[in-house]
Design a protein around this ligand. Structure first.
Ligand code: CO
Length: 284
């Protein structure tokens, strides 16, 4: 990897890590979700980077892709809260998440299992490893804590201005299909844990992205493209959210992902860069 690009990834990672920690610290009982999201997104800009996607605040059985749109929802005591942060510099993305409990420790085992699974996967990453091996380590560690891995969700490879660039990092042992990783690959590994069956159902969509379309010249498409490129965005970030409907055919949708049986879910995520003998964690 070019040293200039590496510097941008490292800086995006440093900021993402700081913003994740500061946001997690700020979460309190009765806080409005929208205030947490805006605090986190503003911090990214204050530190000189841009948000690579809207701050995800996914509570309890909601596993991912939830961002608040209005000021109604608040954090409650006992909530299990996932904070998922994306930061980019010039399109080079760092993606990281953590989970906190508000006022209790009753889901600590879910958080610990996800942390240990991520640590174990990071330990074995190196050039030429197959993603199947990562999935096997992740699910086995989670099972050793008597928790369930949410195998419908996966980590992902990252490319410039592209959050999911084609390779999945499974959270499941012995998948039939895998990919070999190469030095310079950027990947986000994100185990999700629960006590339920660990299946996922989809909810409403709150996060959108533009589909690649060089010929699309609708003014709103061009307007959004100039602001977000093909990275995900929220209606909160649009000057005129009503216009979303006009370009619906050119949108990628990121529906809210929910544990099918309503069990709380924990998630821990880091972005890493693969090298010859291991990897560099950019969001630790
Ligand atoms: Co991710």
């Amino acid at each position: 990897m070019d040293t200039d690009i590496m510097q941008k990834y490292l800086e995006a990672g440093r900021i993402a890590s700081k913003v994740r920690n500061e946001t997690a610290k700020a979460v309190e009982d009765n806080m409005r979700l929208i205030d947490i999201a805006e605090y986190s997104e503003n911090l990214i800009y204050e530190m000189g980077a841009k948000a690579a996607f809207p701050c995800n605040i996914s509570v309890n059985e909601i596993a991912s892709h939830y961002t608040p749109e209005y000021g109604i929802q608040r954090i409650a005591a006992d909530d299990l809260v996932k904070i998922d942060i994306g930061v980019h510099i010039d399109g080079y993305i760092a993606d990281t998440a953590t989970t906190i409990e508000v006022g209790t420790n009753r889901n600590n085992i879910l958080i610990r299992a996800a942390e240990k699974a991520l640590d174990a996967a990071i330990k074995i990453v190196r050039e030429d490893i197959n993603t199947k091996q990562l999935g096997t380590v992740i699910e086995n560690v989670i099972k050793s804590y008597n928790c369930t891995s949410v195998t419908d969700l996966t980590g992902h490879s990252i490319d410039r201005y592209t959050i999911h660039s084609g390779i999945n990092i499974p959270n499941q042992a012995n998948t039939s299909f895998g990919n070999t990783l190469h030095a310079g690959d950027v990947i986000a590994i994100e185990p999700f844990t629960t006590r339920g069956p660990g299946r996922i159902k989809q909810g409403e969509t709150r996060i959108f992205g533009l589909l690649h379309n060089k010929k699309q010249n609708h003014p709103e498409y061009q307007n959004l493209l100039s602001q977000f490129n093909t990275l995900p965005f929220t209606r909160r970030w649009m000057q005129n959210p009503d216009k979303l409907e006009k370009i619906r055919r050119f949108l990628r949708r990121y529906p809210v992902l929910i544990e099918s049986d309503g069990y709380p879910v924990a998630q821990i995520e880091h972005t890493i860069i693969v090298n010859k003998h291991g990897c560099k964690v950019i969001t630790d």
